[in-house]
Design a binder for this molecule. Structure first.
Ligand code: NAP
Length: 255
């Protein structure tokens, strides 16, 4: 169930079933990309894909665990076969397994590092060849304000800080091929992920939101579209001289 893109701009967005990934997929489609919406289960991307199509865009749903090398290879092959070779990649898939260090299990550590860091590595490695061939590419990695440290998130902060180093390194390696690589580091964005955090710590979401918004200079929580707007710029052709950067989309929160 795919359409044929007419403009040759193919993007892959991971974790596109909901939250920030769904908003980024919609934004990239509105900007003229045919979008491969990747998530653990393709069926969960149905809403994302249908919304894009209803708005006149092109998208397909692909199921893959981004931390699984074979699944990544197959997902990229599926997008390439049906939409064309991707030259835009947004590594957005993410999970939380928060806990204080003394209670953090090895599996909490490994799964967070696996999805965020290994996932971004596998996806970027699988796609870079198409970008090199096209002498054009845009990679955006979803970091977080938690890269600067956040209590209860040793695994997540390490992964998000790691993504910043990964971003700068890919920018150095791939720049000569017309490929830019940047990171977006969102602050507090209202999604299922932040709702789950409030649930986990046993705080009503409205209270949780109010306490966080108190520390955000623009005086509101972020929404997925705030992050999608940044992704739209960083994946645009006109952003070709912006590379190796980390853009904090955090409402002015101190970084
Ligand atoms: P979300 O609502 O939980 O969505 C994350 C998506 O990623 C889900 O659809 C999830 O699928 C998918 N996913 C998880 N593991 C995957 C895997 N191994 N392979 C493929 N897909 C996978 O989260 P979000 O709030 O939109 O966050 C998106 C990104 O922004 C994450 O990298 C997150 O760390 C980052 N971020 C979020 C915030 C925030 O305040 N929300 C702030 C800073 C950074 P399932 O539903 O099947 O699990």
């Amino acid at each position: 169930m795919t359409d044929t893109p007419s403009n040759g701009r193919i993007a892959i967005v991971t974790g596109a079933a909901r939250g920030i990934g769904a908003a980024v997929a919609a934004r990239l489609a509105a900007d003229g990309h045919a979008v491969g919406a990747v998530d653990l289960d393709a069926r969960n991307c149905t809403e994302t894909v249908e919304k894009i199509r209803a708005d006149g865009g092109t998208a397909m749903a692909v199921g893959a665990d981004v931390s699984d090398e074979q699944a990544v290879t197959d997902a990229v092959a599926a997008v390439t076969a049906q939409l064309g070779p991707p030259t835009v990649l947004v590594n957005n898939a993410g999970i939380l397994r928060d806990d204080l260090l003394f209670r953090m299990s090895v599996s909490d550590w490994d799964s967070v590092i696996g999805v965020h860091l290994r996932g971004a590595f596998l996806m970027s490695r699988a796609i870079q060849g198409f970008m090199v061939e096209a002498r054009y590419g845009r990679i955006v990695n979803m970091s977080s304000i938690s890269a600067l440290g956040n209590r209860g998130q040793a695994n997540y902060s390490a992964a998000k800080a790691g993504l910043q180093g990964f971003t700068r390194t890919l920018a150095m390696e791939l720049g000569r091929f017309g490929i830019t690589v940047n990171a977006i580091a969102p602050g507090f964005i209202v999604t299922d992920m932040t709702r789950a955090t409030a649930d986990r710590i046993g705080v009503d979401f409205a209270e949780f939101e109010a306490s966080l918004v108190a520390g955000i200079p623009v005086g509101r929580a972020g929404v997925p579209e705030d992050v999608a707007a940044a992704a739209g710029f960083l994946t645009s052709a006109e952003a070709g001289f912006v590379s190796g950067q980390v853009l904090y989309v955090a409402g002015g929160e101190r970084t």
